[in-house]
Design a protein around this ligand. Structure first.
Ligand code: SPV
Ligand code: MG
Length: 540
């Protein structure tokens, strides 16, 4: 199981609060790192931190908001849920003031518990809060009232180990050390599990002084954002329990995002950025795509998605000089190879696994997302031999298509709906000069009233039939694919494979096994000649 779901058993929900409690009250100094999203939470875990600070400042900024309770507390809860799902780490939430009075705090604590959040820190200020580093002398909460918030929170916790940290703002607000200690003492007595003593001085003097007076009454948490130059050993020697690195992933990502955005805006290119940014493979890895694939193998039915074999070994000599250094399937049609259009239509119809049989100028046949097999004997063999090279891909639901055709996707969608193990698309319109070799003889002609509930049956291809022209496209069920493979084997055995084209193969199959005819009327073309190519360029 990845870190994507916490167990909702009582033990599962208690594990993370227990881990945070261990960081607060264990021996020595511990560290937790800010996160503000599922992604940043994963980064914190990957770096080896033992816990997460769900920073109010960072979570607000992540939403494009100010750290002034502009995000509602349920919106914060949603962010926390993503973070908790993304990691195994205990999360200490920056709960600001608790979003109101004692009543808001106890509701917050209950909801945090339900989401497996380990603890909350509430600060002794007033709702709506202002970030501690803005302005001077922010008003503080009344001590007794704030103690009520602490008691209500502790009474509402759903697991014993849940941690409530009380944050003392007296030093930041200019009320001095005595007031800070008075408040810390009161909050400790009200049931706080730890005190967060906050300071905005550029040195740690206030912190070490506080620690001296406090003398280990309960664990102390600090946020050294402003006194960042202080050596960590100073905190260790002073007896601090937990250091929060409060906002550094947000700030680091802001710098990186700005640099990258400016560079791309200026260059109008990705050239100098690629390699400096995380790869998409990195993102897939961090999000646990492997686990999803593995789970798919466990839970999805064993479905083999439809595959296609594209027969593209011939030169396409009718295109003249255009095929001097590439086969016809790679000739440009409106800015991309003819084959790319064909693969796009196949993909659009849900056929993602496309194998292209190459022959003439095979190295020129390269497109993202296709597999290739080679018919190196393409010059002396025919289409059946090419298909035989790809017989290993002809399993399950499959499509076989010539590499020089273009057709509207609805034709393939329509073929998928026709019953029969093997279905061929036949153009009945006769609007163009048909290739004699592809002429179809069928059990009945096309009728405009044809509703396809009784498909015509193929008799033969290429012996002068008048029912239409095979457009170079067939589809087969798993059983149909097996029939085609068996026929290819039989042809190899009887020595006819190398000399056979697809019409010969189809005629042989039709003599033994019903092949359904799906009639179409136009909306496809093949590119044999320069005239065809001109048509293809208008085939929008
Ligand atoms: C936060 O990270 O939102 C904090 C810490 O509250 S600080 O901004 O340093 O006050
Ligand atoms: Mg905050």
């Amino acid at each position: 199981m990845p870190d994507t779901h916490l167990s909702h058993t009582d033990a599962g929900l208690a594990a993370r609060p227990q881990a945070l409690r261990g960081l607060l009250s264990g021996p020595g100094l511990s560290f937790i790192m800010e996160a503000h999203s599922g992604l940043s939470a994963k980064v914190v875990q990957e770096a080896g931190f033992a816990g997460i600070w769900a920073s109010g400042l960072s979570m607000s900024a992540m939403l494009g908001l100010r750290d002034s309770n502009e995000a509602s507390w349920t919106q914060v809860l949603d962010q926390l849920e993503f973070m908790a799902d993304a990691t195994r780490l205990p999360i200490l939430v920056d709960g600001d003031t608790g979003y109101g009075n004692f009543n808001n705090v106890r509701r917050l604590v209950r909801k945090l518990g339900e989401r497996g959040i380990a603890g909350v820190c509430i600060e002794d200020k007033l709702f709506p809060k202002t970030n501690s580093f803005i302005g001077e002398a922010q008003p503080l909460a009344d001590v007794a009232e704030f103690c009520g918030r602490i008691r209500a929170g502790k009474d509402a916790q759903t697991t014993d180990a849940f941690c409530l940290v009380a944050r003392v703002e007296a030093l930041i607000s200019g009320h001095g050390m005595a007031e800070a200690l008075r408040r810390a003492e009161a909050y400790h007595h009200a049931g706080a599990d730890a005190i967060l003593i906050h300071s905005k001085k550029a040195h740690a003097g206030e912190i070490t002084e506080f620690m001296g007076h406090w003398a280990g009454r309960c664990p102390v948490v600090i946020v050294p954002t402003m006194y960042h130059a202080t050596p960590t050993d100073v905190f260790r020697r002073a007896g601090v329990s937990l250091v929060i690195w409060a906002n550094h992933l947000l700030r680091a990502s802001l710098t990186a995002m700005r640099d990258t955005a400016r560079q791309i805006a200026g260059d109008e290119s990705l050239r100098d950025v690629e390699g400096r940014v995380a790869s998409v493979a990195d993102i897939f890895g961090l999000m646990g795509n492997d686990e999803l694939e593995e789970a798919g193998r466990r839970y999805l039915p064993d479905v083999v998605l439809p595959r296609a074999v594209v027969l593209a070994a011939g030169r396409g000599a009718g295109l003249g000089a255009l095929t001097q250094d590439r086969p016809g399937c790679m000739v440009d049609v409106r800015g991309k190879p003819l084959l790319a259009h064909l693969v796009g239509v196949l993909n659009g119809a849900g056929v993602r696994d496309v194998t292209v049989v190459r022959g003439y100028c095979k190295d020129a046949v390269a497109l993202p997302g296709i597999r290739t097999v080679d018919n190196d004997g393409w010059a002396t063999s025919g289409e059946a031999a090419s298909l035989a090279q790809a017989a290993g891909r002809l399993i399950g639901d499959s499509v076989v298509v010539y590499g020089d055709v273009m057709f509207r996707r609805y034709i393939l969608d329509g073929m998928m709906a026709v019953s029969g193990d093997i279905v061929v698309a036949v153009d009945a319109a006769g609007v163009r000069t048909p290739h004699p070799r592809d002429l179809v003889r069928a059990s009945r002609p096309y009728s405009p009233a044809d509703m396809d509930d009784q498909p015509a049956v193929l008799a033969s291809v290429g012996d002068g039939g008048t029912e239409g022209e095979w457009i170079g496209l067939l589809r087969a069920t798993p059983a149909g694919s097996a029939v085609i493979r068996a026929e290819l084997d039989a042809m190899r055995d009887d020595g006819t494979l190398d000399g056979a084209d697809m019409p010969a193969l189809l005629s042989r199959i039709a003599a033994r096994h019903p092949v359904s005819v799906h009639y179409v009327t136009g909306h496809w073309l093949d590119v044999d000649t320069l005239l065809d190519l001109a048509d293809a360029r208008n085939f929008g």
